[in-house]
Design a protein around this ligand. Sequence first.
Ligand code: PMP
Length: 449
Amino acid sequence: MVANDLEKIDELIRAEEATLAQMQPASIAFAARARKALAGGVVCSWHATDPHTMYGATGSGARIRDLDGNELIDMHLGYGVMVAGHANAKVVEAVRRRVAEGTHFALSVQDAVAVAEHLAERFQVPLWRFTNSGTEATMDAVRIARAATGRDLVIRVEGCYHGSPDGLDFSSWPELAYAGPAERPVPVPHTAGIPRLYGEALRIVPFNDVEVLTRVFAEEGDRIAAMIMEPVAMNMGIVAPDDGYLAQIRELTRRHGVMLVFDEVKTGATIAYGGAIEWSGIVPDLICLAKAIGGGLPIGAVGGSEEAMGPVVSGTMEQEGTFNGNPLSMAAAKATLTEVLTKEVYAHLDELNGVLRAGFGDVKSRFGLPVTIQTLGARGGLQFADPAPRNFRERVAIDWRIVYLEHLVQLTGGVWIPNGDPWATSVAHTREDVARYVENLDRFASLLA
Ligand code: PMP
């Protein structure tokens, strides 16, 4: 369906973009004002989307309204943050209570201890610190690993994303022309402004490739502080680890005295109650969390073993931040984790996945699409390849237009999903909500047929 019909796909894209422009005149007009004060008209470069920037929004449960008042079923959920649902009553109440009691003291509050205790039980590592974003969590995790090992190099997986620290923001979506051979990838800065010098402390490996990793450890194992990775990759669509891949990494990192860092910013408390650690049974030395654990308030967390967190406990490595463990975020996280994203919720998410998978299977067989689906708890997505990609280079071989067209067809059909990133579902989504996704997928397939 895909590769040989790009002209037709371009035509379909233009038609969907025209429909969307008719749906969102207020957003299009507002962009002119926004651009005069916000650089590029947006607060984050990811928001500068095609075909025009959409502004928002209000949200309630599984739905948001954009600036034009269009009501959309939200399967974007703010990059997978709002798994608790928009304006969840328990989170609203916790934040309301806290905001009236003061929101910042430069003191660690009781809720921070309660959240840390909860995370320790849930993610199987004992000691925690808080940040305000996933970026700060990965930045701190790598620094902790370097402090704990006294080594400098970091292994990083091509196609994984770990936020925007200068020292890590390489090779998340590299242009292949600059990325070196598949079995010996070179670090490519993710964006302008990152000194190539930082890349010299990185070793880039492909996802799902133990052979390359074994070679890197053999060559330089005693210089490597950490290996950081998304245990289930979620920044190249969803790419799951092969059977045994994470266990082999755990064994190799142990053997070479290297700290294994799971970046669970996307997977933590979403793919399962205990994230990828519960899902895989593999416990890393350090784990990074953010996004969904805060119920919509800014948060990040880094947790680790006694050994890994030793330098933080002793004070030889200072982990710092004015707003770390902000009382408002801590109150929201406590309510989100202990009252909303409870163990029972994951059965509900699986039920939604049943609807999505059955609907997908039906569309796939009727239209013969070479497409695959992944669903893991609150996260899921399609890959426009069958079999599904196992690493970045296989993912990037998929033409972006097919991914974009599906995103547009979902949006004009009233379902808001990211353009290329996995979708997310929440405690508030119903079977009917996700059935709308399937209806739109059916229309997408018939447009292509
Ligand atoms: N790690 C992963 C796996 C992510 O997907 C992201 C953001 N998409 C980050 C880190 C950075 O998180 P933040 O945007 O909160 O800084």
